[in-house]
Design a protein around this ligand. Sequence first.
Ligand SMILES: CC(C)(COP(=O)(O)OP(=O)(O)OC[C@H]1O[C@@H](n2cnc3c(N)ncnc32)[C@H](O)[C@@H]1OP(=O)(O)O)[C@@H](O)C(=O)NCCC(=O)NCCS
Length: 159
Amino acid sequence: MNEQLKVRQATPEDVPEIHSLLEPYADKKIVLRRSKDDILSYIGNFVVAEIGGKICGCGAARHFGNELYEVRSLVVDPSIQKKGVGRAIVEFFIERLNKSESKSWKLFALTMTPGFFISLGFKEVEKEMFPEKIWADCLKCAKFNCCDEKAVLFQADDV
Ligand SMILES: CC(C)(COP(=O)(O)OP(=O)(O)OC[C@H]1O[C@@H](n2cnc3c(N)ncnc32)[C@H](O)[C@@H]1OP(=O)(O)O)[C@@H](O)C(=O)NCCC(=O)NCCS
């Protein structure tokens, strides 16, 4: 990992930068659009990656209950992709879950870039494994009947 690269818990002051990072990808329908108010409401779920103090990536881990977590709103500034920032964010979530009391956690994502997650040790699985996600987001999605995302899963046993 780059020595200057640091991943940390996000704070309310980070909301404008997180919003700016997400917007271009929301325009392309790669991630769900999040308003600044929505990001602020869920700021406890967000982490940011910084290089030299400048935020260059973000991601959120949402808890659905029953030890099931989703990686969402994961983006890296286009100027610095493929340099380990996305990996550092996802590994931060995995390390935090490993240190938690939960012993059988599951971390999943719905993604158009399964290759990234596979290279981190995730396995491709059926979306139907996550009815919680389907009820929370997919039913409201315009692409519900023509979904181009794959489901990927990493669980405590994979560590
Ligand atoms: C996907 C994304 C988060 C990856 O972050 P990144 O910092 O560019 O990726 P990393 O440098 O940490 O890559 C880690 C590994 O994944 C691989 N990888 C990265 N992007 C990939 C892609 N699009 N397809 C396949 N593999 C990919 C890298 O080659 C690397 O593999 P290695 O460790 O074996 O060399 C980033 O490219 C991004 O913001 N994409 C647009 C938004 C998006 O698709 N978000 C995911 C929504 S769930």
